[in-house]
Design a protein. Structure first.
Length: 603
């Protein structure tokens, strides 16, 4: 009898759990159907833990995929593909997640598996998948000579992307929290997919974060502020592009269509639109003006890029008649100031998504695509255009390390040769980060032979002075009868090409500085690291700070208290001669600027 009661009790408990799981699934589906993926994940996982089901597993995987969480997407697609009745597309998305996680051999296997069961796959598409996996392995083994660095001073723990130069600083897009943003009243809907659900107008339910807005980082300042553009929407704003004179800008935004724009009684998907604004003599931006080819109820237009003269606008759109998901188009402005028809760049576009166009003054078009042979997700490509906007040269994948297994997009060059890209590659600060790109061909060349090491007398009354510019700097003793209050000098040390590691020869020089500091316990040491002007500014600034930090760490490791050490990287901001950006100089002239200085200061 006890066994019977136990069985009945167990059966009742299982039935209760099943009912609860079904209720949670219903709530999860409602959130999913309303694009509330951040909320849906928690509900589906709770339901799956109560009762494992294919529906919950593949929906969890989808939610993580939509939010670019590739490790979790891989884990859940692996679960879904192993369950009975799994759809073929789960295998495809499993392959994509493996590819995004740099597991190219495993991804290749899953692509082959998917192509074996999905008969509609063309040989061309199948070859792109296989070639992408094989090429990525080769590219990562033989990387291009590029330095790609996370721009940590501008990135946050949120999504930061599409950095463009403006008035000596940078404008970029981010979903970090911003005070002073226009917000609609709380009772207003954001998306009318289901009138039973009221999406939060103060939060992007897709990600669970704030909406996107434009931010401005002035010059060399570390501060970031909301860009002073009044769009009248509390929803997504960004990315942006400016004419060369900085007086006209184009940007994307999301607005809620008026009642007259919506079909009565039907759900509405809100598409992205392009708007423009002009700056008046007082520096204020005008109210946004809608782009001629917006059609909020039919398709999206976004990723605007305005040429320097303001006469051509490149953008991405999924308007009818394209080759695939989103295509790249260009419009030309007439003499009357009107925009002509959108022209599809057919030779560039693919059956996938092609977006984030940017044109250099040399007529090289950079764009991103997931429809070509690439490393995974969106890759950055380049192609040379002729004057008519067409091309007869091959489209070039920018390879590794500019591209990664994840999404790489929104690449652009500045007049100084500095490059910026956006990526959600591993190791970043947030979901998308901004990166600087520099060629590892010009920043500096290390000496062909070991440096001459000049000894520092271990006396309390010493001062370091520079030697003649064309020779390695030496440290010489000062008069013993009148020690100065502040010691200045150059450290005769070199670093390997584009690295910040302390070389054995440099360690010997630094050991002498350690003895000098120990002989002067009442002094602080200020370290200043400098580079020459070759390479891009942001890269050189970051490199110099890394080198200053390496010297500081070495001194601390030798017993010098950290509170006695001040380390500062100046990059190329304090050149000793004329050898600035673009100036032809000899190697010896550049060498004068590549230096590490120190000062002994009173506490």
């Amino acid at each position: 009898m006890k066994k019977l009661h136990y069985a009945i009790g167990l059966c009742f408990m299982l039935m209760t759990m099943s009912v609860k799981a079904q209720y949670i699934i219903k709530e999860a589906d409602k959130a999913y159907d309303n694009f509330k993926y951040a909320e849906a994940i928690g509900l589906y996982e709770k339901a799956y833990n109560k009762k494992a089901s294919l529906h919950a597993a593949e929906r969890i995987a989808d939610c993580y995929r939509f939010n670019n969480n590739y490790p979790e997407a891989e884990r859940w697609y692996a679960v879904a593909t192993a369950m009975e009745g799994s759809k073929a597309e789960n295998t495809y998305f499993y392959a994509r997640a493996l590819q995004n996680n740099s597991k190219y051999a495993e991804a290749r296997t899953q692509y082959e598996r998917y192509a074996g069961v999905e008969k509609g796959i063309t040989p061309e598409q199948h070859n792109i998948w296989i070639a992408s996996c094989d090429s990525a392995i080769t590219w990562m083994q033989t990387p291009d000579r590029l330095q790609v660095d996370n721009y940590k001073t501008i990135n946050s723990g949120k999504s930061d992307w599409s950095a463009v130069p403006y008035m000596g600083g940078l404008v970029f897009t981010s979903d970090r929290h911003a005070d002073g943003v226009y917000q609609p009243k709380k009772h207003r809907f954001f998306l009318h997919f289901d009138t039973r659900v009221k999406p939060d107008p103060l939060m992007n339910s897709w990600t669970g974060d704030d909406y996107l807005h434009l931010f401005f980082k002035p010059g060399t300042a570390d501060s970031v502020q909301l860009f002073p553009l009044h769009t009248g929407t509390g929803y997504h704003v960004g990315s942006a592009s400016f004419t060369r004179d900085g007086k006209e800008m184009f940007f994307t935004l999301t607005r809620i269509p008026g009642r007259g724009d919506r079909a009565k009684g039907k759900s509405t998907t809100v598409n992205v639109e392009i708007y423009s604004s002009k700056k008046d003599a007082a520096g204020n931006w005008s109210a946004p003006l809608a782009f001629t080819h917006n059609n909020v109820n039919a398709y999206s237009v976004g990723d605007p890029f305005i040429t320097e003269d303001g006469m051509a606008l490149y953008f991405a759109s999924n308007m009818p008649g394209g080759a695939g998901g989103t295509d790249i188009y260009v419009c030309y402005r007439t003499a009357a100031g009107e925009w002509g028809p959108p022209l599809n760049l057919k030779a560039v576009n693919t059956t996938g998504n092609d977006r984030s166009p940017a044109l250099t003054k040399d007529n090289i078009l950079y764009f991103s695509s997931d429809g070509r042979v690439g490393m995974g997700g969106l890759d950055i490509y380049s192609v040379k255009l002729d004057k008519s906007g067409q091309h007869n040269s091959p489209v070039k994948n920018m390879r590794y390390p500019m591209n990664s297994p994840q999404d790489d997009f929104a690449f652009g060059m500045t007049e100084t040769g500095m490059g910026y890209l956006s990526s959600n590659r591993t190791g970043g600060s947030g979901s998308d980060d901004i990166y600087t790109v520099a060629a590892l061909l010009q920043e500096e060349v290390p000496p062909a032979t070991p440096d001459t090491i000049n000894k520092v007398p271990a006396k309390p009354d010493t001062v370091a002075t520079p030697s003649a510019p064309v020779n390695p700097p030496v440290i010489t003793p000062a008069p013993a009868n009148n020690p100065p209050a502040q010691h200045n000098g150059l450290l005769d040390i070199y670093f390997d090409f584009s690295k910040a590691d302390i070389r054995p020869e440099a360690a010997k020089v630094l050991d002498e500085l350690v003895q000098l500091l120990k002989a002067n316990p009442d002094k602080l040491v200020e370290l200043g690291a400098h580079t020459d002007a070759r390479g891009n500014d942001a890269f050189n600034l970051a490199l110099s700070q890394k080198r200053a930090n390496s010297v500081a760490s070495y001194l601390a490791g030798k017993g010098i208290a950290k509170n006695r050490i001040l380390a500062k990287g100046y990059g190329e901001t304090k050149l000793l001669n004329k050898c600035g950006n673009g100036v032809q100089c000899t190697e010896e002239e550049h060498k004068q600027n590549r230096r590490t200085e120190f000062k002994l200061l009173d506490k």
